[in-house]
Design a protein around this ligand. Structure first.
Ligand SMILES: [Cu+2]
Length: 158
């Protein structure tokens, strides 16, 4: 019965692309880390999450060989002191970019397995509840205060 087989194959072809060819709802951009001072055991990764889908997703953190452990941290003020807290997940609502940046949420690199040198990059795998795993390259930037390019840090507005 070659005809049955043909129909079956056609069905498979029609069904498959619907899920596999869809535009990825989630993307990770501007992944960067600060160069680690010599001997520093820890570091932090900052990045921007974009949810272009219609359903909320959740960022579950990341993994990679750059550190013994990578934790998702938020920063909060407690008695005028900035404190880091480990969280299990961060909401990534549709439409609004979620920015992990210095003095804000970040991926904490605990127990660096390699020094972070400016100009180099390393891979991490970001995990999402719905989107699954997304791999990104994290660019290492020079230490704060050293800006080989770009505007000087005097952008205070009163
Ligand atoms: Cu931290």
């Amino acid at each position: 019965m070659p005809q049955v087989l043909a129909i079956c194959c056609l069905c498979c072809l029609l069904l498959l692309p619907a899920s596999s060819r869809a535009e990825p709802a989630l993307s990770v951009t501007e992944a960067w880390a600060r160069e680690s001072p010599p001997g520093s055991p820890n570091g932090a990764v900052y990045l921007t999450l974009h949810n272009r889908g219609k359903v909320p997703d959740r960022f579950l953190g990341a993994s990679g060989a750059v550190a013994t452990a990578i934790e998702l941290h938020t920063v909060l003020m407690e008695d005028q002191v900035m404190k880091m807290r480990r969280v299990d997940a961060m909401p990534v609502p549709p439409g609004l970019p979620v920015v992990l940046k210095p003095s804000g949420p970040h991926l904490m690199l605990i127990g660096l397995t390699q020094p972070l040198r400016a100009g180099q990059s390393f891979p991490v795998r970001c995990h999402f509840e719905h989107a699954g795993e997304i791999s990104v390259d994290v660019t290492v930037r020079p230490p704060e205060g050293q800006r080989p390019s770009g505007p000087a840090p005097h952008d205070k507005h009163h």
